[in-house]
Write a protein that binds this ligand. Structure first.
Ligand code: PLP
Length: 477
């Protein structure tokens, strides 16, 4: 063994890391990563390391199995470690992952996406994260139009880079980084008149919108809005960009959600499930005409690249993912399972007045709660800060998530910008039995939480620790 590995204070080998028990691992995480995230998982009943995963299930280090309805914020459309995707990785295990010369797999992936996507979106840029694809779209729209402005929607989440944050509507996440991109502003989702006002000066390069807002709380825009947005963008020379990073890859029952409305954007963004939960992979798709305009005459300077963009392993997964989507009929399954869940959840709403709304499409579903006000009592107990008091008001959904994880073997989560929304985004091939189990468990947990005082008292030690250190809304920080 190399002496750096052998010395007690120094490097830890992979084998040793994989064998580390949970308690020891936590020490490293607290020292080197963000311990607040750990607190959050602990509060959500997921304090143990997750060590094995297959299909819809994850097993923790104590052998407890849970069904994953969170899906890493809607990234696991194929479930965990899908055999076809694993096989795709094996098929290219000896190929150079990064190399000079033609990139066949990236080209084939672009070809296949353009066949499933609407319109003639035949040109692709591949990146490693959703936020990169958003940045690419902002750059492209500015290059094509020569205009500075970018309009996005209230409640939108588009990512964390400076560009993507500039079009994300979350004041407390933006504050420390201001000033962000000049010319970026938001309009209310679903209000065509306000969009028209924003575009009328003809200084807006792009209107960037999620065809179903995820982190805002699973919000479906009103019928016809995307069509109106299309018409307005065409009229004022603004590029229409659909961020389908969360809604794409079959999640809502179509390949991309804009196909429900029959609207074709100028740029389409994909990410998350494109990499099958195994490889980082995102894409911007656009037309040949716009791509040529964005590049200008400079053949040697493409408008956007990244070292690992289009790497062979990621593209192999991308191709195999599209095959899986089609051959396993996952889009139709998502639609049918989504209809079932939405119907059953609406029945639940009629019996549990604490549910204020059930929304979504396909397997992108939000259940919003109007929880009882318990903040003042808890806040007093914890002697906590004003932000902790605000979080305390949102504890109802936190307790629900905790109950579902601990008593019913289910992993769920909240939406980032609305922590009163429980999100359900299981794999598109989730078994009917598990869908039923999820609704029944929710029913039982809500009955339990109706006796909220007892539930609160039972969880009090965790709640106090959480109030002193954590934040429900800091889930991804
Ligand atoms: N856009 C949308 C709609 C998203 O939901 C996300 C991530 O949640 C992003 C962009 C950013 O993607 P990433 O986290 O891969 O950068």
């Amino acid at each position: 063994m190399h002496e750096a590995f052998a010395s007690a204070k120094s490097l830890i080998g992979l084998r040793e890391a994989l064998q580390m028990d949970g308690r020891e691992a936590v020490q490293y995480e607290v020292r080197h990563l963000n311990p607040r995230v750990l607190k959050l998982w602990e509060f959500a009943g997921l304090g143990e390391s997750q060590v094995r995963a297959s299909g819809p299930f994850i097993w923790d280090e104590k052998g407890k199995r849970r069904a994953d309805f969170f899906g890493y914020a809607g990234s696991l459309n194929f479930g965990h470690n899908h055999p076809r995707l694993q096989a795709a990785l094996n098929q290219v295990s000896e190929a150079p992952n990064l190399s000079e010369g033609p990139n066949v797999l990236a080209a084939v992936l672009a070809h296949n996406i353009s066949k499933l996507a609407p319109g003639e979106l035949t040109r692709a840029y591949f990146g490693n994260s959703g936020t990169e694809a958003v940045d690419a779209a902002i750059k492209m729209a500015r290059a094509v139009t020569g205009r500075p402005g970018i309009v996005s929607c209230q409640g939108a989440f588009h990512g964390r880079s400076i560009g993507a944050l500039s079009v994300t509507d979350r004041a407390d996440h933006r504050q420390a980084f201001e000033p962000l991109l000049p010319g970026s502003r938001v309009v209310p989702l679903g209000d065509a008149a306000r969009l028209e006002e924003a575009l009328a000066a003809e200084d807006v390069a792009a209107f960037l919108v999620e065809p179903l807002q995820g982190e805002a709380g699973m919000i479906v825009p009103p019928d016809g809005y995307l069509n109106e947005a299309r018409a307005l963008c065409s009229r004022f020379g603004t590029l229409l960009v659909f961020d389908e990073i969360q809604t794409g890859m079959g999640r809502t029952g179509k390949f991309v959600a804009c196909q429900h409305d029959g609207v074709v954007p100028d740029c389409l963004l994909l990410g998350k499930a494109m990499g099958g939960g195994l490889m980082p992979l995102s894409a911007l798709l656009t037309t040949d005409e716009l791509w040529r305009k964005a590049r200008g005459e400079e053949t040697a300077s493409p408008f956007h690249t990244a070292t690992y963009g289009g790497n062979v392993r990621a593209c192999a997964i991308g191709i195999a993912g599209l095959e899986t989507l089609v051959e396993e009929d996952l889009m139709a399954r998502a639609e049918a399972s989504g209809d079932y869940l939405l119907e059953r959840l609406r029945q639940l709403q009629s019996r549990h007045p604490v549910i204020s709304a059930v929304r979504g499409r396909g397997l992108m579903i939000g259940v919003e709660f109007a929880p009882p006000e318990i903040a003042s009592g808890l806040a007093g107990l914890a002697n906590s800060s004003p932000s902790a008091r605000a979080d305390a008001r949102q504890l109802f959904v936190g307790l629900l998530i905790r109950r579902l994880a601990r008593e019913h073997g289910l992993i769920t989560g909240i939406t980032l910008h609305n922590p009163n929304v429980l999100r359900l985004q299981p794999p598109l091939n989730m078994d009917q039995d598990l869908l039923t189990h999820c609704v029944d468990s929710l029913d039982q947990s809500l009955e339990y939480l109706a006796r909220f005082r007892e539930a609160t008292l039972e969880a009090l030690p965790d709640i106090l620790r959480f109030l002193q250190t954590g934040s429900l809304t800091g889930a991804y920080e």
